[in-house]
Design a protein around this ligand. Sequence first.
Ligand code: CP
Length: 305
Amino acid sequence: MIRNKSIISIDDLSKSDIFEVFNVADDMLGKIEKEGSTGLLNSKIMATLFYEPSTRTRLSFESAMHRLGGSVISVSDVKTSSVAKGETLADTIRMASSYSDIIVIRHPLEGAARLASRFASKPVINAGDGSGQHPTQTVLDLYTIRKELGKIDGNTITMVGDLRYGRTIHSLIMALSSFDVKINLVSPPILRLPEYVYSMVPDRSNIREVDSLSDVIGDTDVLYVTRIQKERFSDQNEYQSVIGSYSITSEMVAAMKEKSIIMHPLPRIDEISPEIDRKPQARYFKQAYYGVPVRMALIYMILGD
Ligand code: CP
C-alpha cells in the first residue's frame, strides 16, 4: 500500500506494490485509449520541481496528472524561481507542500529527493537524483518488459553503457533482484556498476560483468541501452575516453532473438542509430509512452480514495 507515501527509492515499493501498479496502469491505459482522461483526482494539485533538464519524466508526470483530472504547478527552470535568489531546497519544499498535494522533484544531487521528503508535509516522488535513483522509471521499465514479453521472470537482461552514473540502471538492478532473471553488464571499465549498488542486491550470483556485447547478445531477451552522460563527469578527459563506446548496429540487432526487445530510458545520443527504430525489437518509444499510464497509476495510488 503506497497511499500518502513518498517514493524516493525503488525499495519504497514492495513487489506486491509493483504488481498492483501494473494492474492499475493497465486500467489507466484503457482509460487513456478510450476516453483520454478521467476525473479521479479532480481537486488535487501536483507540484513539479525540476532542477535538472527533463523531457519524458516531467511531461509524462504532468500529462498523467492532467489525465487524472488534477492540476499541475511547475518550476521547470529554477533560474526563474527564488532558488536563483538563494532560497534553500528545504524552504522551496515547504512552499511546494503548502501549495500542492504531491511533489515531484528532479535534482542533480544524489540524496536531494530524500532530503526534500524530510521537509515536505506531502508525498514526494523522486524523478531522478543525480547518479542515485529514478524509481518511477524503473516501474515503467518493468511494466514495459511485462507488457512486451508477457513476463519478467525467466528473462536475460543485458545492460549496456553508463552503469556507474546511470540512475535508471541502479534502480532497475535493485528491483530485478526480487525476480528470477539473469543480468549481463557491459560497460567500459571506468563506468562499471558501483560496489554500493551490488551491496544492495541480496544475491549477486545472477549478475555477471561481460567484456563484449557480442558474447551475450544472442542470449539476450532485453537489451537495455543507456547514454554515457557527459554531465556526470567531473573530468571531461575521462568522458572523452569513453564517448561513443557503444553503438547498437543493424548487424548486432540481426544477432538478437526474434522475440527480444531493445529498451532505452532516453534521451539517446549516438548509442542507438535511427535506423534501429524500424526494427521489430525497438521498444524505447513504447517504453516512454508507458510512462503516462504508470505514473497515473502511481499518483492515483498515492492520492486516490
Ligand atoms: N527517462 C528520462 O528520465 O528522460 P528525461 O531525462 O527526458 O526525463
